[in-house]
Design a protein around this ligand. Structure first.
Ligand SMILES: Nc1ncnc2c1ncn2[C@@H]1O[C@H](COP(=O)(O)OP(=O)(O)OP(=O)(O)O)[C@@H](O)[C@H]1O
Length: 307
């Protein structure tokens, strides 16, 4: 398997606070990797470390098979970035901004600028000063800038923030096309599951600076959509039996009446038997299919990382 980007136990501590803890990511060449997590989870900090804008406290980053160091200019030149909100020279035109960027990056193919503007649908207005651009246009210009040097890897930090539904769809289609037709690997972050779900091949879920899960979309669709739901007036006791008699940790107490078990290795009849043997009163037990949203909420809220 060829990985284009890997992090190895990446950790960042600022003023005694661990913002990123021991994160090991594996991004394969040619895929769209969705980096999903709520606001403040640590996505931007990790992307900044990968782009050499912030130095890790511990751990390593491997880009294109090489360890990232302070002098990895060549490796960084093979990447296109949007980290946080894209900043431009406001009084310059869109084209001038892209030209400056290419100059700075040592990239001198003028056609690439036209191609990039075309791809993000800004051709025709590239002579306008950026100060007259809407937020959506600036987002698209940020993407044009990121792809204007024909990168092999795109790092996109919440690139759809502030866009309307049509703009979001246009960008989604563009990302898929860049990946499929140009073979560009895309590492994209978002706090919106619906967005990541629609484009990602692999999803990394992060919360409180820790990577909770790294999983392929195929795997999620195949395996993780089923759960067993038990209705009872004694969910505490059920949790105890699951943990201590069946060694199951991957479950979630929904409320006082319902508990969901996400472990796919154990059958409904085995669980029923164990609960009955341990004198638990069961009102109902059934196997259900969850939505992808339920699955991720279960990860973020404790299922799968049940303490
Ligand atoms: N320079 C800094 N000094 C102190 N704390 C910081 C610094 N940069 C980020 N943080 C904190 O680190 C945590 C992670 O922030 P980060 O921006 O990486 O998260 P994120 O997942 O990208 O979220 P968002 O989508 O809101 O930007 C947050 O609690 C943030 O307040």
């Amino acid at each position: 398997m060829t990985y284009i980007l890997r992090t190895n136990h990446l950790t960042k501590t600022i003023q005694g606070k661990e913002l990123v803890s021991n994160v090991s990511l594996n991004i394969r060449k040619g895929e769209i990797y969705g980096f999903l997590g709520p606001n403040g989870a640590g996505k931007t900090t990790i992307m900044k470390m990968i782009s050499n804008l912030v130095k890790p406290t511990q751990g390593e980053i491997e880009l294109f098979g090489e360890k990232l160091t302070n002098t990895s200019f060549q490796v960084l030149g093979r990447m296109g970035l949007i980290i946080e909100y894209p900043i431009f020279y406001d009084k310059l035109t869109a084209r001038e901004n892209l030209e400056l960027h290419c100059e700075y990056m040592g990239y001198h193919d003028k056609n690439a600028i036209d191609e990039a503007l075309n791809l993000v649908n800004l051709k025709g207005i590239e002579g306008k000063a950026v100060k007259d651009f809407s937020l959506g246009m600036k987002q698209r210009l940020g993407i044009a800038r990121a792809i204007s040097t024909k990168p092999e890897l795109l790092i996109l930090d919440e690139p759809i923030n502030g866009l309307d539904p049509l703009g979001i769809k246009e960008l989604r289609d563009l990302f898929k096309m860049l990946c499929k037709e140009f073979g560009i690997t895309i590492f994209i972050s978002s706090h919106i599951l619906g967005e990541i779900e629609l484009i990602a091949d692999t999803i990394g879920v992060i919360n409180h600076g820790k990577l909770i899960k790294e999983v392929s979309m195929d795997e999620i669709t195949d395996q993780n959509m089923e759960y067993i739901e038990v209705m009872s007036n004694d969910c505490k006791r059920i949790a105890y039996v699951l943990e201590h008699h069946l060694s199951i940790n991957n479950f979630k107490v929904i409320d006082e009446q319902f508990i969901r078990i996400y472990d796919t290795q154990i059958s409904q009849s085995e669980i029923t038997k164990a609960l009955v043997l341990n004198d638990v009163n069961i009102e109902s037990i059934q196997t259900k299919r969850s939505s992808l949203e339920d699955y991720f909420l279960s990860l973020l809220n404790g299922g799968g990382i049940h303490a």
